[in-house]
Design a protein around this ligand. Structure first.
Ligand SMILES: C[S@@+](CC[C@H](N)C(=O)[O-])C[C@H]1O[C@@H](n2cnc3c(N)ncnc32)[C@H](O)[C@@H]1O
Length: 233
């Protein structure tokens, strides 16, 4: 520990020991194509969320849906185009994915999406007041299959408590995974949060608002079963 900061497992430093937390991702530089690099330079200023309340990043009031870990952003673009009455914030730390989303947003002329290039836990903690979100969608979060990595899984009771607090009463959390042990882990974590009620028995068919995602297709090719979980605050 140096300067009151402690090194986290991925080598980054977080201020204040009380804030120490294992992250659900490992930052890898990732190669940007020239087009993605240009998109980040030219389009990020237009689509990036501000520093405050996510709702202030839009020039109209509307239901707010947050997608965490949008990957290449294809599903987010599809949903935003099919639900034009809603505002969307996509949160992702993987730069090439952010670059690709920005290009697609501009190409489709969509103006109901904003992007946060930060750890979703920080965005929820710092940029969403209690009861400010209508929906949170998390599709195919990294399963971290090895037991010693389970602590890196995004879905944990503490994380779900944070999501529950940020959702409006009646708000919806939609999870999907192709990794059965993670689905069971998610269901157990949901059970630990009394503010959340699982609407499935224990899970549901893919709802019509969720398109197939890139990681879902990968899972299907490997013969994995897909599970959607719908939870209401
Ligand atoms: C397995 S991929 C799934 C991507 C996409 N949802 C799909 O289904 O194709 C998980 C994504 O979540 C992102 N991610 C993981 N933890 C995150 C966090 N705490 N904040 C933001 N993004 C995160 C990763 O960078 C990665 O792109």
């Amino acid at each position: 520990m140096k300067d009151g900061r402690r090194e986290t497992e991925d080598g980054s430093r977080e201020a204040g020991v009380g804030l120490r937390r294992v992250r659900s991702f490992v930052r890898r530089p990732g190669r940007l194509t020239p087009a993605q690099e240009r998109a980040l330079e030219e389009l990020l200023p237009r689509y990036q969320v501000g520093e405050g309340d996510l709702r202030d990043s839009f020039d109209r009031p509307a239901e707010l849906v947050v997608e965490i870990g949008f990957g290449n952003g294809q599903a987010l673009v599809w949903m935003a185009a099919h639900e034009p009455e809603r505002n969307f914030v996509g949160i992702e730390v993987h730069e090439p994915g952010v670059g690709r989303l920005l290009r697609d947003l501009a190409a489709e002329g969509l103006d109901n999406v904003r992007v946060a290039r930060r750890d979703a836990v920080e965005v929820l903690r710092e940029q969403t007041p209690p009861a400010s979100l209508d929906q949170v969608r998390i599709y195919f979060p990294d399963p971290w299959p090895k037991k010693r990595h389970h602590k890196r899984r995004l879905i944990q009771p503490d994380f779900l408590r944070l999501v529950a607090e940020r959702l409006k009463p009646g708000g919806l959390l939609h999870l999907a995974t192709d990794w059965m042990p993670y689905a069971e882990w998610m269901l157990e974590a949901i059970d630990e949060v009394p503010e959340l009620r699982n609407l499935g028995q224990p899970h549901v068919e893919r709802p019509p608002w969720r398109p197939q995602t890139h990681f879902e297709r990968r899972g299907l090719k490997r013969g994995h079963e897909i599970v959607d979980i719908l939870v209401r605050r």
